[in-house]
Design a protein around this ligand. Structure first.
Ligand SMILES: [Zn+2]
Length: 113
């Protein structure tokens, strides 16, 4: 479960951030998880719950925003959501390797007090 390691790194940033703001409590942690990031949101949530125990983020809520895959077709100059096994443009039928989103795994916001 590499989600634990990922969450550890994310929380390092969160705690660092809280420290800089002289916060004593972390209320919310927001993350973007792309459909292609290889991360299982449930596992991420589980790792979060386990790692924040006995910290200033013990009562914090993890908000995960799931980002669908979006491809770009240079031929039609359009963006589309690919099918499960196909990256073909629905308009011209050409496959594209250009991904616009779906691979992200990032912290988006932190709420502290
Ligand atoms: Zn196209």
């Amino acid at each position: 479960m590499h989600e634990v390691g990922l969450m550890e790194s994310a929380l390092e940033i969160v705690f660092d951030n809280a420290k800089h703001q002289n916060a004593t409590r972390i209320h919310k942690v927001g993350m973007k998880v792309g459909a292609l990031s290889g991360v299982v949101p449930d596992a991420l949530e589980f790792a979060f719950e386990a790692l924040v125990r006995n910290t200033i983020a013990a009562d914090a809520v993890l908000e995960i925003e799931l980002i669908p895959v979006t491809c770009y077709c240079p031929n039609c100059n359009s963006e589309f959501e690919p099918g499960e096994f196909s990256y073909e443009c629905p308009q011209c039928g050409k496959p594209t390797g250009e991904l616009r989103q779906g691979q992200e795994l990032q912290l988006t916001h932190i709420e502290v007090s």
